[in-house]
Design a protein around this ligand. Structure first.
Ligand code: ADP
Ligand code: MG
Length: 327
């Protein structure tokens, strides 16, 4: 995804304070349009600190001592949750239910087995998981096996992996900071999750390019968006391993334990929640076009599907945002 500023002019007094860095295991881009440079720089620092804290204290399954790490190492014992994580997980379970389990963050044992992230860059040594091992891992998948009151109890052997929703949560957290800091306009990207923030004094709104899933470096089209919305894309083209012409990517079907094969190669969601956007992009990818459109509409979000044969399908609201050239 990319932001195009063509046709959008900023008031002269607004200046761009831009930073790009790696955080939460992905590339983060923070573009703030401010009149006061000092405010911009202070906000950059706040955002970077907050992302590190979010990852280390709550979301990471790798960082020892994070809430998710504690849950994954609880051996079936109850774990006390922070209010924030409780709310996030409640929202996630709700979407798991609505999607019939297409989104299931307890898919951790399966993603670990495939280990696509490790081999996506260099496929040497990649092997498909054994059927038996995969079946055993699938036994340990199922959000409905978790009991959550104020504490959470997860059966021994299960693993939560928030890879499908963490970047969206990060965008929600950043939105709160932008609001508090009274940042007039901003564009944020955390991996495939984006936040478009604020209003420019001049111009027609923000232009966001949607990556072509099969033609590297080109855009399928552009979204004209107003500030205050989130955009997320899930695709099979960023992290995958190709073996004998077959593409093994990182979005799993929790029913089969294999990379989802729904005929879709990318899904883009627009909504007013970062978490919902990220979660829906993954869920809709697994469900495929027909079920995915229904789910997005049910959640009050807009969706765009690109299928293997190049067909593009959009919800009615998405059609209104869609442009085929930069204007
Ligand atoms: P990206 O991380 O590339 O933005 P997604 O948001 O679609 O893509 O999240 C994919 C990640 O989510 C995977 O790397 C894995 O960690 C996790 N995951 C894979 N399949 C599922 C699933 N069906 N439900 C929940 N999480 C999943
Ligand atoms: Mg996602």
């Amino acid at each position: 995804m990319a932001v195009f500023l063509g046709g959008c002019s900023f008031a002269k007094k607004q200046q761009l304070v831009s930073q790009t860095y790696v955080s939460m295991g992905t590339v983060v881009g923070v573009n703030l349009y401010v009149e006061d440079m000092e405010l911009g720089e202070e906000t950059q620092t706040l955002i970077a600190q907050e992302l590190t804290r979010l990852e280390d204290e709550m979301l990471s399954y790798r960082v020892e001592g994070s809430e998710i790490w504690e849950i994954n190492h609880s051996g079936g014992e109850p774990v006390q949750l922070s209010d924030m994580l409780y709310r996030y997980l409640s929202d996630i379970w709700e979407l798991s239910e609505k999607s019939g389990g297409a989104l299931d963050v307890t898919v951790g044992e399966v993603t670990r087995l495939w280990n696509i992230d490790t081999y996506a860059g260099s496929p040497e040594g990649f092997a498909l998981p054994e059927e038996e091992t995969l079946a055993a891992a699938l036994e340990n998948v199922g959000y409905e096996k978790i009991v959550m009151k104020q504490s959470l109890t997860m059966p021994r052997g299960m693993t939560i992996d928030l890879g499908a929703v963490g970047k969206g949560i990060a965008c929600d957290v950043i939105q709160d900071i932008l609001e508090e800091q009274r940042i007039p306009a901003a564009v944020i990207s955390v991996g495939g999750s984006n936040l478009i923030w604020g209003k420019k004094e001049n111009g027609l709104g923000w232009m966001i390019g949607v990556t072509h899933p099969r033609e590297e470096g080109t855009y399928l089209g552009y979204l004209r968006l107003e500030g205050g919305c989130f955009v997320a894309t899930s695709g099979d083209y960023e992290r995958y391993v190709k073996v004998d012409g077959e593409r093994y990517h990182h979005i799993m079907d929790p029913d089969t334990g294999y990379p989802a094969k729904s005929g879709v190669c990318s899904v883009t969601i627009v909504s007013d929640s970062g978490l919902l956007c990220d979660a829906l992009s993954t869920a809709c990818f697994v469900l495929g076009k027909n079920e995915g459109v229904k789910l997005a509409e049910q959640c009050g979000a807009e969706a765009l599907f690109v299928e293997e044969d190049g067909t593009v399908t959009m919800t009615e609201g998405m059609k209104k945002l869609w442009l085929t050239e930069v204007k």
